[in-house]
Design a protein around this ligand. Structure first.
Ligand code: FE2
Length: 181
């Protein structure tokens, strides 16, 4: 997603035009379980969760920002995401499903000076009775600062952590989310 559109999406965040957050600040993003499929392989520093172009599923550009409670960008944060492939299988030795080998299913990156990130992945799918979700872990250095999951609007999952993928002019789904730490 282009930066301008990301910023437009952030208008839903209660940040004043001055960049100063109203008294009380932003609500911290809530945690969620890590689950059993946190990657065991090294997580590459890349926006892409793909290993090849012929992956199954609907392409999703998942972008957003990590903010502090006072509304300023969080600095020095690394974000990792992981999710199952379109076959409902995680890239993890504990998952015995048939993998889509074109979809690595995990990636990480250092957020920029605005706390912004963008990943290229697929729209999450349901598996094993769970609603579609993307796992997220935020680090500052070697310290985990948040482990959580985001869900799809209109589906089950914590309502404070929903994304709403919509198709852009290129028929690619886009979704944004702001994490507050
Ligand atoms: Fe999961």
């Amino acid at each position: 997603m282009k930066r301008r559109k990301v910023l437009q999406a952030f208008l839903a965040v209660p940040v004043l035009h001055s960049g100063v957050v109203a008294a009380g600040g932003l609500a911290k993003s809530t945690a969620d379980v890590e689950g059993p499929f946190y990657p065991v392989l090294p997580i590459p520093d890349t926006p892409s969760l793909f290993d090849a172009e012929d992956y199954a599923g609907d392409a999703l550009e998942f972008s957003g920002q990590v903010l502090l409670e006072d509304g300023t960008p969080a600095t020095g944060v690394t974000i990792e995401i992981w999710q199952c492939d379109a076959n409902q299988t995680y890239n993890h030795p504990a998952d015995n499903g048939e993998r889509d080998t074109s979809f690595r299913g995990f990636a990480g990156q250092r957020c920029d000076s605005d706390g912004a990130f963008t990943f290229n992945t697929i729209v999450p799918v349901a598996y094993a009775g769970r609603p579609p979700h993307i796992h997220v872990k935020l680090w500052r250095g070697q310290t985990e600062i948040l482990t959580t999951q985001v869900y799809l609007r209109g589906d089950r999952g914590d309502d404070s952590r929903k994304i709403n993928p919509l198709k852009n002019d290129d028929e690619i789904y886009e979704a944004t989310f702001v994490f507050v730490v």
